[in-house]
Ligand binder design. Sequence first.
Ligand SMILES: Cc1cc2nc3c(=O)[nH]c(=O)nc-3n(C[C@H](O)[C@H](O)[C@H](O)COP(=O)(O)OP(=O)(O)OC[C@H]3O[C@@H](n4cnc5c(N)ncnc54)[C@H](O)[C@@H]3O)c2cc1C
Ligand code: FES
Length: 244
Amino acid sequence: MKTEMALITENRQIAADTWKMVLKTTIASETGCGQFVQVQVPGYFLRRPISVCRVLDEEHLVLIYKVVGDGTARMAEMSAGESVDLFGPLGHGFPIEDRDVLLIGGGVGVPPLLETAARHIKAGHHVTAVLGFNDASGIILEQQFRELGCDVYTATMDGSAGTKGTVMDAIRQNDINEEYVLSCGPLPMLKAVSNAYQKGYVSLEARMACGMGACMGCVVKDNDGESLRVCKDGPVFAIGKVVL
Ligand SMILES: Cc1cc2nc3c(=O)[nH]c(=O)nc-3n(C[C@H](O)[C@H](O)[C@H](O)COP(=O)(O)OP(=O)(O)OC[C@H]3O[C@@H](n4cnc5c(N)ncnc54)[C@H](O)[C@@H]3O)c2cc1C
Ligand code: FES
């Protein structure tokens, strides 16, 4: 991991409240799927953790972020040609096991699954992606998963696209029987995934400060009561490891 000034080569809105930022940085060459970076937003002390959505090449990576507060709103104001201070790559990402995989993503938990899909496809595995959103205006990356060669199913809570309901409803409705799951998204979704599947991994979110395991600001408990740091021991944990 390192800090580096990264050049913004693209920063544009791609869906409701959701933006895509492409950065030129050598951090790209070291980043695995499911890892994240911390962005030093100008004017803000704490860095914002954002998952790496795609490693385009040795020098470019893609972040997809939702504007939810002041920091991400400031990020959305930045333009191509400006630079941001980037720290990463951080955390343990998704393993690439030698097997077919079901990816289950919700909202801005979907982005890190795109690089994960790309690496599984490259390894010759069959990838099914089930993507959940609140409504059609929030759908992101569906086409990019298709272009990689994944079977893609979408669910929206209001039924404006795909299955009406949750990702679990889409899995039932489409008779998806894959056993091995990699998942990232909101906590209720990860709980449902962890109740339904024994094999696989989930990626957690937590409020973070240092991002590198030093401040204990992002601690969760495992099933033996031991403390684990989401930033360093995770964000990806085996299903059943952490108390959700
Ligand atoms: C490992 C990891 C990966 C993430 N990947 C993505 C991603 O790919 N795309 C995306 O849109 N969002 C992602 N998030 C969530 C993202 O970090 C927050 O939405 C963002 O920090 C909000 O900043 P803000 O200043 O706009 O919000 P504010 O609410 O103003 O932030 C105040 C403080 O709380 C922190 N904070 C607020 N919400 C969160 C949150 N959900 N998780 C962690 N810290 C938070 C901020 O970093 C900041 O320090 C990720 C979070 C983690 C922990
Ligand atoms: S954010 Fe400091 S230990 Fe995780």
